[in-house]
Ligand binder design. Structure first.
Ligand code: NAP
Length: 283
């Protein structure tokens, strides 16, 4: 039976560190603050916002909501970005995406200052991930995967790592982060040939395909560490990952459950970035 890599254990350690940093900032008269920018009323956005608000409150981080109607104009949204960019009391910005189709998302993202980009969506943040510099912030989900590996003492040096998925938010940055940890990295996608044998060869597998149970027992081998990023709803209406957990847990060494794995760590990483952004203003 595989060991479960539990998000709540990682979150607890991260939260303890964040709380210490927040009280140090408060002592210096700085109130770390996250701005939420939400256009419209998408249920996914609202539920992620609710979780992030709760985490902010638990950790003593302030927040401010900028809520725009679903039919807002490009200018209204650009003005909001200008406001948060200029406001020295706002340290981090989370803007829910995708934006409604009538808005030019690229232009909006380009207007956001990378030092406030705690969700890792700007070109500056991406450059930071790819060049290994501190510009901006890495996207929260792949960083949550790295936090899990670090927390459980999983050394990536010299290991074979496979990432399933090549999106800009998860797959590609996860691959770069594993590379930075000295793993030898392969990225799989829908055109990969014979994916089971590629995944089987890995020591560490990160799955971010967005397809329930796409990685089943036939892709896995003994000794592997599996991080399942997927969040899907199965036929019975239950949350499930991209990995077939029941088959995987009988084969691999360690695995993150869904729910209870990457998701909760992601929110703490986000709040941690806000605190880090506030700390950087002291430099
Ligand atoms: P995405 O933009 O849809 O990208 C999915 C990637 O997986 C694509 O690169 C796609 O390949 C690849 N893929 C899809 N089906 C595949 C298959 N059968 N075999 C091999 N590769 C396949 O999704 P995403 O935004 O990266 O999200 C991935 C998953 O993570 C989703 O379930 C999402 O809900 C979840 N997620 C979780 C968190 C969290 O905090 N836990 C945060 C963000 C996302 P192509 O490029 O060839 O199309």
């Amino acid at each position: 039976m595989a060991k479960q890599l539990l998000g709540k254990e990682v979150t607890k350690a991260l939260n303890d560190k964040i709380k210490d940093q927040v009280s140090a900032l408060h002592q210096r008269g700085i109130d770390p603050t996250l701005a939420f920018i939400r256009v419209g009323e998408r249920q996914d956005d609202i539920s992620y916002e609710r979780g992030a608000v709760k985490r902010c409150e638990t950790l003593g981080v302030s927040y401010k909501k900028y809520l725009l109607p679903g039919d807002c104009t490009q200018q209204e949204l650009m003005d909001t970005i200008a406001d948060v960019n200029e406001d020295d009391n706002i340290h981090g910005v989370l803007m829910f995406r995708p934006l409604p189709k009538h808005l030019d998302e690229e232009a909006v993202v380009a207007a956001l200052r990378p030092e406030k980009d705690v969700d890792g969506i700007t070109e500056g943040s991406m450059f930071g991930v790819f060049a290994g510099t501190d510009e901006g912030f890495p996207p929260c989900t792949p960083q949550a995967c790295m936090e899990i590996l670090d927390h459980y003492g999983i050394d990536c040096t010299g290991k074979k790592a496979v990432v399933v998925g090549r999106s800009l938010v998860v797959g590609k940055p996860a691959a770069m982060m594993l590379l930075k940890k000295n793993a030898t990295v392969t990225v799989c996608h829908t055109r990969t040939k014979d994916m089971p044998s590629v995944v089987k060869e890995a020591d560490i597998v990160i799955v971010a395909a967005g397809r329930a149970g796409v990685v089943d027992g036939s892709y896995l081998s003994r000794g592997q560490v599996v991080i399942d990023v997927g969040i899907n709803v199965n036929e019975e209406g239950k949350l499930c990952g991209d990995v077939n957990y029941d088959e995987a847990e009988k084969i691999v060494d360690m695995i993150t459950p869904v729910p209870g794995g990457v998701g909760s760590v992601t929110t703490s990483v986000l709040v941690g970035h806000v605190v880090e952004a506030a700390l950087r203003t002291l430099d």
